[in-house]
Design a protein around this ligand. Structure first.
Ligand SMILES: [Zn+2]
Length: 379
């Protein structure tokens, strides 16, 4: 798998990563600072100085984004909410906070911490600008730009559309009023979509009035916000449906035991083609060798199916990510997504196979639950 994120540091025990798309935006920002912004305002600067200040300003800008995310992350952690990492990517930064906050008050503080950091930084850079104005023009220029950009960053994130920080603040308020996280998320996400469409609209207007580059950029931010609003809402919805349910409620227990000497062509013809069953174990009396998946079969060229036994290609259980019967369904879904697998073997604490949890089990469960919920709402 292509590695698209690179770990560059660890701050307060939180890994800091940069996504490959960040390199593009870093080059773009540096380029526009050194190629346009500074030369236009300070025409008597030498080329070397322009590039030095340009790169330094760009680095400090992304350092500011990082501090904004660290603001969210440290407040989250002080509430005992785990923070997986902080990633810098094309649209800024993202603190991976995998759990939803426990109360509206905490959500408010977690969401507000980032913009608060940005606005404080803006004030500090403004102060630095005032102090260095008569001493060093380059430092004062750098501080002026960073003061402005941090103010923009703080205010932009306060726009009340989920999942922007301001949208989270809005959700916290709605949550406090309505006492229902899912309903609050639905409204905050809709606000997020409205904001996203406004961005797209403004971007298109800009593009057609001749400001092609910045117009397209605003359109892209709008599209990103729209998809983020939709998926954040879907995630909260799914989570509320899965809440309180565990793997054992929906796992399939009807696994077929295959003899190890069965050849792949016979397996495909006689088992795979004739049943919708997805769980196949391989073993002989009293000895379980492991699990057979479609993936194992596909790795072998078709012409060799006749000479290959399932026992030769089976994946041993201890090489697979497994879940226990009392694992919450939400955790199991997260695991499938992060591991990129469609099924997870369910084992007891002694390592015995009890059944299989497939993505299809989860989908059926979610469909039934959401239909039931719709029913009770209509009643
Ligand atoms: Zn933020």
């Amino acid at each position: 798998m292509l590695k698209t994120r690179l770990r560059i540091a660890t701050l307060f025990g939180i890994p800091v990563r940069i996504h490959i798309s960040w390199l593009f935006i870093f080059v773009l920002v540096t380029w526009s600072l050194a190629g346009n912004y500074f030369p236009a305002r300070y025409p008597d600067w030498a080329v070397g100085l322009i590039w030095f200040i340009g790169i330094l300003t760009s680095l400090l800008f992304f350092g500011s984004v990082l501090l904004h995310e660290l603001g969210h992350a440290l407040v989250a952690r002080s509430f005992g909410v785990p923070v997986e990492d902080i990633t810098l990517f094309i649209f800024g930064g993202l603190a991976q906070i995998t759990e939803e906050p426990k109360s509206p008050g905490r959500e408010l503080l977690m969401a507000g911490a980032g913009p608060f950091v940005s606005i404080v930084l803006s004030g500090l850079f403004a102060l630095l600008h005032l102090l260095t104005r008569t001493i060093s023009e380059p430092v004062a220029a750098l501080a002026l730009y960073l003061g402005g950009i941090n103010l923009t960053l703080g205010l932009f994130n306060l726009i009340p559309g989920f999942p922007l920080d301001g949208g989270r603040v809005l959700r916290a308020i709605l949550w406090a009023v309505r006492r229902d996280l899912v309903v609050a998320t639905r409204w905050a996400s809709r606000a997020g979509q409205v904001v996203a469409y406004l961005f797209i609209f403004i971007g298109v207007l800009q593009a057609f009035s001749g400001n092609w580059q910045s117009g397209m950029w605003i359109v892209f931010i709008g599209l990103f916000l729209d998809s983020a609003a939709r998926s954040s809402y879907a995630q909260v919805g799914i989570r509320s449906l899965l809440d309180g349910h565990t793997v054992q409620e929906i796992m399939s227990e009807d696994c077929t035991l295959l003899p190890a000497q069965l050849t792949l062509d016979l397996f495909v013809e006689e088992y795979l083609m004739h049943s919708a069953r997805r769980c196949y174990t391989v073993g002989n009396a009293g000895q379980m060798l492991g699990l057979l998946s479609l993936h194992n079969v596909r790795e072998v060229p078709r012409e060799e199916w006749r000479n290959t036994r399932v026992g030769d290609v089976v994946t041993p259980l201890d090489r697979l990510q497994t879940v226990e019967p009392d694992t919450p369904l939400w955790d199991a879904l997260q695991m499938m997504t992060s591991e990129g697998v469609n099924q997870l073997p369910v084992v007891d604490k002694y390592g015995n196979l009890l059944g299989m949890l497939g993505r299809d089990n989860l989908i059926t469960f979610l469909r039934n639950m959401s239909e039931l919920k719709g029913q009770t709402r209509r009643l």
